[in-house]
Design a protein around this ligand. Structure first.
Ligand SMILES: [Zn+2]
Length: 178
């Protein structure tokens, strides 16, 4: 009888440890939409030290994505960019926007009316500069991308106002651009 209760206690300790391990793993993984497989998959978060990001990025890319900066209007390379393809996160390469969803907003920043999938963006309340805005970040590496506003064109009515410095463009084959 006594031996059984020790076993039961051990079993519950092991069960608790497994739950904790599963929760730790969950915290390190995130659901992302992969255009390559047209599916939502669980993927590890991409975490680097500040020093590693500094090495990987240009000073402007680092300032915008890792420090929440904003590039000057009309200054970014991709503002007037018209190629067909995908705009990926400059930090981790996750596909974020498609060229077919880009529109001329007149703001001076690349603007999109929808992301490739909402799963790939994390939205946060931003109360800086005396405004209430919705910040958007890359869900996989937490890069600051820009903001989303409710004054975009149809069909979504949304305007994703994104820094060029947070994106890298990938020209796609007709099949990949949907
Ligand atoms: Zn990213």
């Amino acid at each position: 009888m006594k031996a059984m209760s020790v076993a039961a206690v051990l079993a519950s300790i092991l069960a608790a440890a497994r739950v904790e391990a599963a929760m730790t793993n969950a915290a390190e993984e995130v659901e992302v939409y992969l255009v390559e497989s047209n599916a939502i998959v669980r993927a590890p978060r991409i975490v680097h030290t500040d020093e590693e990001w500094r090495r990987q990025l240009t000073p402007e890319q680092y300032r915008v994505t890792r420090q929440g900066g904003t590039e000057c209007a009309f200054a970014g390379e991709l503002y007037r960019h018209k190629g067909r393809g995908l705009y990926r996160c400059v930090c981790c390469g996750l596909a974020l926007f498609r060229s077919v969803d880009k529109f001329e907003s007149g703001t001076g920043w690349p603007s999109f009316f929808q992301p490739v999938h909402r799963a790939n963006l994390r939205e946060l309340m931003d109360r800086s500069h005396g405004m209430v805005r919705t910040e958007v970040r890359c869900v996989r590496c937490d890069a600051h991308l820009g903001h989303v506003f409710p004054d975009g064109p149809r069909p979504t009515g949304l305007r994703y106002c994104i820094n060029s410095a947070a994106l890298k463009f990938e020209e796609s084959s007709p099949a990949a651009s949907k």
